[in-house]
Design a protein around this ligand. Structure first.
Ligand SMILES: Cc1ncc(COP(=O)(O)O)c(C=O)c1O
Length: 434
C-alpha cells in the first residue's frame, strides 16, 4: 500500500538520510510497515529532533486543554541575537528604513539565494508587485499564475492592471503545471509566476524554456520556500526575479517583510528606485514617475540578520520534522503525503497531507478531530478560480481537488518528536471505516 501510494510520478520520499543529521536512515523509517510499526521508528527520531523554541516545547496557554494546549500550525524561532540587534536599532535611533541592517540583510539573503542583488521590501506582496512593476507589466498584459497559491500572488498582478490567467497545477508536486502554462500563452502574455508551494520547488526548467521561447519573464514566488533547491540551485535564482516573504510564519521572519532578488543589476536598481517613491538622488524631492513606499525598516532587517544566523538550523529541523512525519504517516492508508520530486529539495515550509476518499472521513471532519485533540491545522488555500475576484467557469481540476482535500499540519521548527508522534497517532485514530 504505502509504496504504491507514494510512487506517483516524479515524487520521491522525503525520508531518506540525506535530509540531514536529524533524519532517519532507510532502515529506521522502512516504507510499508503498518500501524504499530510506526511508533518505534518515531521513538528513534525523538532524541534527534530535541527541542528549540519555547522553553520546554510547552505550548500550553491559559484556558487551553489537551496535553500541550493547542499545538500551533506554526510558531517562529527567533533565535539568540534578535534582542541585541533590535536594541541596537532602538538605542542608535535608526528605526526607519535607513541604517546598517537593511543593506546587510539584503546582502546576506541574496547571497543565500545565490544572486548578487536583494531589495528588501515591506512584505512579500509588495515584493511581487515591485518585481512586476520593474518588468513594466501593465494593463492589457496577461500574467500566468497557478490556481493553487496564496491570493497575494494574483493580487500583485491585479495591482498592475494586468489580467490574471490561472493555470492548473501538477498532481505530483502541487505546483504550476508547465503543460497548462503552455496552453494559456497568448500574444498578450508577458510573464509567468511559478510558486514554490508549501516549500516544494516548481519544475522550473520547462517553465523557463517556455518563457524563453515566447519572450516572457519569469518571476518566482518563493514566499514559502527559502532555502529550497531545484536541481541543486536555490529557488529565487531560477527565474528573472525571485520574491520572498518574511511574515511571522515563514522559514525566517522579520515580522512583516519581503525581498526581491535578482542577478540583473539594472532591475535591482530600478526596484530600489521604485521602492522609495521613485526618488532621484538629486535634486531633492524630484520624482520623475510614480513610485511606492515599499521600504523595509531597519528594525525589521535587524530581525532578519538575526534570523539569517539561524536559517541553517531551521532548515535542518524542517527536514527532520518532515522525515518524522513521513515515518509516522506512511503506514496510514488514505493519506497522500507531502511531495518530494527527484529533482527537488523541499524545505517543507508546511508539512501537508491530502485526505483521500479511502481515509473514510472528509477533510473537515479530520481537521475537527485534530482540533479536539489539541492540534491546530489549516486547510489548503482555496484555489483562486473559486474566489470571487478570480472566479472562472472552466475547471482546474487538480487545483480544485488539492484545495478540497489538503491539510497543513503543525510545521514550526520548535515541534518536538513527541508532538509529531502524537499528531501522527491522532491522525491514524481518526481514520473512518475503509
Ligand atoms: C505563496 C505566497 N505568495 C505571496 C505571499 C505574500 O507574502 P506577505 O504575506 O509577506 O505579503 C505569501 C504569504 O503568505 C505566500 O504564501
Amino acid at each position: 500500500m504505502a509504496a504504491g501510494r507514494r510512487s506517483q510520478g516524479r515524487r520521491r520520499d522525503p525520508c531518506p538520510a540525506r535530509l540531514g543529521p536529524g533524519a532517519l536512515s532507510d532502515r529506521a523509517w522502512g516504507v510499508g510497515a503498518q500501524g504499530e510499526g510506526c511508533a518505534p521508528r518515531l521513538a528513534r527520531v525523538a532524541p534527534e529532533l530535541g527541542e528549540i523554541g519555547p522553553p520546554g516545547g510547552d505550548y500550553r496557554r491559559p484556558g487551553q486543554t489537551g496535553r500541550w494546549g493547542v499545538i500551533p500550525v506554526y510558531e517562529p524561532f527567533l533565535g539568540v541575537r534578535v534582542r541585541q540587534y533590535v536594541l541596537d536599532c532602538v538605542e542608535s535611533g535608526w528605526v526607519s528604513s535607513l541604517g546598517q541592517y537593511v543593506p546587510r540583510f539584503e546582502a546576506e539573503f541574496s547571497r543565500f539565494c545565490g544572486v548578487p542583488y536583494g531589495i528588501a521590501t515591506s512584505n512579500g506582496t509588495t515584493a511581487l508587485h515591485l518585481a512586476l512593476a520593474v518588468l513594466g507589466i501593465k494593463p492589457g498584459d496577461e500574467v500566468i499564475v497557478p490556481a493553487l497559491t496564496f491570493v497575494a500572488t494574483a493580487n500583485a498582478v491585479a495591482y498592475t492592471g494586468a489580467s490574471v490567467v490561472l493555470a492548473d497545477v501538477d498532481p505530483a508536486t502541487w505546483t504550476l503545471d508547465p503543460e497548462s502554462v503552455r496552453q494559456l500563452i497568448t500574444p498578450r502574455t508577458r510573464a509567468i509566476i511559478p510558486v514554490h508551494l508549501y516549500g516544494h520547488p516548481c519544475d522550473m526548467d520547462p517553465i523557463v524554456a517556455l518563457a524563453r521561447q515566447h519572450g516572457l519573464r519569469v518571476v518566482e514566488d518563493a514566499a514559502e520556500a527559502h532555502g529550497a533547491r531545484y536541481r541543486g540551485r536555490p529557488v529565487g535564482s531560477l527565474g528573472d526575479l525571485g520574491c520572498f516573504s518574511f511574515y511571522g510564519n515563514k522559514i525566517i521572519t522579520t515580522g512583516e517583510g519581503g525581498m526581491v532578488v535578482t542577478a540583473n543589476r539594472e532591475w535591482a536598481e530600478r526596484a530600489a528606485f521604485l521602492r522609495d517613491h521613485a526618488m532621484v538622488k538629486a535634486p531633492h524631492y524630484y520624482h520623475p514617475e510614480i513610485g511606492f513606499n515599499y521600504r523595509m525598516t531597519n528594525i525589521q532587517a535587524a530581525i532578519g540578520c538575526a534570523q539569517m544566523e539561524e536559517i541553517a538550523t531551521v532548515l535542518e529541523r524542517k527536514r527532520a520534522i518532515a522525515a518524522a512525519y513521513c515515518a509516522g504517516l506512511c503506514p496510514i492508508p488514505g493519506l497522500t503525503l507531502a511531495p518530494q520530486a527527484d529533482w527537488a529539495e523541499s524545505v517543507f515550509w508546511m508539512y501537508s497531507v491530502l485526505v483521500e476518499p479511502s481515509f473514510g472521513k472528509e477533510r473537515e471532519a479530520v481537521c475537527e478531530g485534530l482540533r479536539a485533540a489539541g492540534i491546530d491545522t489549516r486547510p489548503f488555500f482555496v484555489p483562486l478560480h473559486e474566489l470571487p475576484p478570480y472566479r472562472r467557469a472552466d475547471p482546474l481540476p487538480i487545483a480544485s481537488r488539492l484545495g478540497a482535500t489538503g491539510i497543513n499540519l503543525p510545521s514550526g521548527p520548535a515541534l518536538t518528536s513527541e508532538q509529531v508522534e502524537f499528531i501522527c497517532r491522532s491522525l491514524a485514530a481518526l481514520r473512518g471505516p475503509a
